[in-house]
Design a protein around this ligand. Structure first.
Ligand SMILES: NC(=O)c1ccc[n+]([C@@H]2O[C@H](COP(=O)([O-])OP(=O)(O)OC[C@H]3O[C@@H](n4cnc5c(N)ncnc54)[C@H](O)[C@@H]3O)[C@@H](O)[C@H]2O)c1
Length: 490
């Protein structure tokens, strides 16, 4: 996609104004009158993926008219109806490439809330045109894309945020304060888990032909598949359910890892892992013969991701991820009658240190500190952790991003973002390392006697800088993917 030079773009104007004075408004609000927004104070927004989560992402970014939505893109016009009704002036597109080409000069910032397989390719194209981006979690479908986006955001000086809104929850600040003041000492073990998948997963590939819904054309389906491998339409690949297929989604770990692993990753300032090992649930339709479904994410998995000591934590950390109904056991300091993480123990984090244990539910809610012989500490009700947008939807995760876009690259608002790509890129790479091990688990050679040698069931050693498994070449096929037809990172 070529950058268009005609006229002076609004984006350039906005960036230059921010650079010139640090103050954004050209005409102060009091001169213009109460309730009047200077044109320069409004972002022109677009959404790629406007149904599902995309609707609330663009609505929250528009922030009750503080910013204006000029374009909406969704391959499924029915899924986008709610957004189109709410933003009737926005031009509607089915193909984001066309939207960027036709409206590139009119768009400042873009929310990207498609299924995971499109995040990387859409965000890379948008960033290349200098657009600020808010990209849903996981940032990308594979490790390579996460690295490319992180580098591109720096190169093009755009303001970025991944959509793991729990990163803006004050509970996370509270836990960091507990950890930073040494209340649990150095952490050696972390348990992280989710009740996902809560969609069909670990099931055989559907073989029956199913007609497209009447409102979708073959071209719409082709756009939906985008860079992924071609498959015929099936409802099991469509809204929400795409999560269970590697072609489109990233399984339970990809879906929830960026919410849950975020917490220990940031609390302890972790970096690239050094190794990873997985163990994966099997499905039996016949005695003794497990189904082999490389296209599908597994029904359950357990993954251990190993980290070296960090600047904030003097010990190496074993992080154990569980999903599909598997959850951790009570560590010594948590009383038997207490739920783990949140109510019902469905999701959570347990960080076990030399002197105590910190736990919380998904998004960093319900933080608790356990120490031997002491009362359990919880977060005071009025603790705000410095988030001035606490009353906004999703704790202002989109609002803080739009405000940072206006303030400009490297502004204090930008640097204060809780999930800009400098942070969420490496976090996503780490989460997707787990998927690399899960997918490697079912790699096999035929032994010749009818049995299989599952050679990927091993501890994988990882060179984070080089994005490479160093002891099993075959596992490196999952670092990046082949793109279909003309799709590519541009
Ligand atoms: N942060 C959160 O709490 C949260 C919650 C739900 C979903 N999500 C994330 O949001 C993303 C979407 O999930 P969902 O549950 O809304 O899925 P969904 O299937 O319900 O919605 C995805 C939308 O994207 C559209 N789409 C698909 N391909 C497209 C393309 N190439 N161009 C434009 N539009 C396209 C679909 O038609 C659909 O409207 C995922 O990455 C998911 O992980 C985040």
């Amino acid at each position: 996609m070529k950058k268009r030079n005609k006229n002076k773009s609004r984006r350039k104007f906005i960036k230059n104004s921010a650079l010139a004075g640090g103050s954004f408004l050209i005409v102060p609000r009091h001169v213009l009158g109460k309730g009047y927004l200077a044109p320069s104070d409004r972002l022109n927004l677009a959404a790629i993926g406007s149904g599902g989560k995309g609707y609330s992402d663009i609505r929250n970014a528009a922030d009750n008219g503080t910013n204006q939505v000029v374009a909406l893109c969704d391959v499924d016009s029915k899924a986008a109806e709610k957004a189109m009704t709410e933003f009737p002036k926005a031009k509607f597109y089915k193909d984001f490439r066309l939207m960027l080409e036709e409206m590139g000069d009119d768009i400042d910032a873009i929310t990207i809330s498609t299924p995971d397989h499109v995040h990387g390719i859409a965000a890379y194209a948008a960033i290349g045109l200098g657009k600020h981006v808010y990209v849903q979690k996981p940032l990308t479908h594979n490790i390579y894309e996460a690295r490319k986006l992180t580098e591109a955001a720096r190169k093009h000086k755009v303001v970025t945020q991944m959509g793991n809104q729990g990163a803006s929850h004050p509970g996370q600040v509270q836990m960091r304060q507990w950890f930073d003041t040494g209340l649990i000492g150095d952490v050696h073990t972390v348990e992280v888990w989710t009740n996902r998948p809560v969609w069909p997963q670990g099931i055989p590939v559907p073989t029956e032909k199913t007609p497209l819904p009447s409102h979708l054309s073959n071209d719409d389906w082709d756009l939906y598949i985008g860079p992924a491998k071609h498959v015929d339409y099936h409802p099991l690949y469509y809204h929400f359910k795409w999560r269970g297929w590697w072609n489109f989604g990233t399984g339970a770990l990809g879906d929830m890892g960026c919410h849950i692993i975020d917490i220990p990753f940031k609390t302890m300032g972790l970096g690239y892992p050094t190794s990873v090992e997985a163990s994966v649930g099997a499905v039996y339709k016949r005695d003794w013969n497990p189904e082999y479904i490389p296209e599908g994410c597994p029904p359950s998995s357990r993954v251990q991701i190993n980290f070296p000591a960090s600047e904030k934590n003097n010990k190496a950390v074993k992080m154990i991820w569980s999903d599909g109904g598997i959850r951790p056991f009570h560590p010594d300091l948590i009383p038997a009658e207490d739920d783990l993480g949140g109510d019902g123990s469905y999701n959570g984090v347990i960080m076990i240190g030399d002197k105590g244990v910190i736990t919380c539910d998904v998004y960093g809610t319900n933080p608790k500190l356990y120490r031997k012989g002491e009362e359990v500490l919880t977060m005071p009700k009025d603790f705000d952790g410095g988030n001035k947008y606490l009353d906004y939807p999703e704790l202002g995760h989109q609002k803080s991003w739009t405000e940072a876009c206006k303030a400009g690259f490297n502004s204090k608002e930008h640097l204060a973002l809780t999930s800009s790509f400098d942070y969420s890129g490496p976090l996503t790479e780490t989460v997707l390392m787990g998927n690399l091990a899960i997918r490697s688990y079912n790699l096999y050679h035929e032994n010749g006697n009818g049995s299989r040698d599952y050679f990927g069931r091993t501890k994988l050693l990882w060179d984070g800088q080089k994005m490479k498994v160093t002891n099993l070449e075959e596992a490196n096929q999952f670092v990046k993917r082949e793109y279909r037809n003309s799709w590519d990172l541009i």
